[in-house]
Design a protein around this ligand. Sequence first.
Ligand SMILES: [Zn+2]
Length: 354
Amino acid sequence: MSVMIRGDFDGGNPQSGEAILRRGEGEFTIHPFTEDGDPNYKFRMDLKISNTGKESRPISLTVDWETEAYMVHRDYCFLRDPGATGWRYLPAEVKKSCSLLDFPVLPGESYLCLHPKYNYDDYLQYMRGLEESEMVKKRLLGVSSEGREVWMVKISHPERPARKNLLAVARVHPYETSGSYCAEGILDAFRRPSAMTMDILVRYNLYVVPMISPDGVFQGYGKLTTPGGIDLSKTLDMADASCVLLKTVIDEIRPSIYVEFHNWMFKNVDGIYFMNYLQSRKFIRAMPPQEVFEKRWRAILRRKILSTPGFGFKKYCKENYRSVSVCLEYPWFGRSPADVKTLGLQSIVALSKM
Ligand SMILES: [Zn+2]
């Protein structure tokens, strides 16, 4: 038994050993889980594969999603080899409700994930390593229902703090790891003064909440904030700790621009929700072309010109503080973590020109 697969760790999915079946030497069937049965958010698989032998071993996986809905989005995975920092794209063959994967596993511990993982530990490690300065301030907003830390980072101009605030939030939906990479890309650029960052910081103080739903992330969820929690993208409920923390900070800073980073599954489309027509045209014009990643833009407008009221905190910010509110949907397909980090930064630059 030189190859073992497990998901019983921070962010693992499936976490139960019963959902990982060994059918024979190097052959496994995996049953990812969803916390509320919604196939439209069943896009999480985070597994550790250990090869205790000295040589590479071929393995054959059947990932049974137990739904035929949205299988067109489940025809690939990402693999991180032992000791590697980058992720390899693995194509999968889809048969009914299953994704079939055959690939060699190198000696050591690999990660097999639907998307490059970014779990609670990854976030804590990043936050611990983020040094404070005159410009960069970390603030613990509070803890989640299960006691996990919810942090915010404020970056402002050391001499000329701006009058307006821009707030960026990630991991509203726990499976959507691209938001975390966007947040890192933004923070990595803004923590060091440059002509570009200073030009933005005289106009906007930048606030970043890199992980608003740490319980959902830790539990391996797709959609909900915490066990028995809410879809924070659509619902505001003051019984939910993540919701209260975010509302408190929004009421304090009254953002001129409110942005949530999401990652939907449409492979070749980057999405813009809740901007009005003119705002979305302006945003797209300010962004570098994404054709190199085979992406086109789609702005979801209910009525042309008139703004869409939206849901959740997008609506709340717009109604209470006249914020420019937007939900950006950046899919992983065709992108590396470095590409997604750059995309996060580019989005802030474009939003600052609104
Ligand atoms: Zn989402």
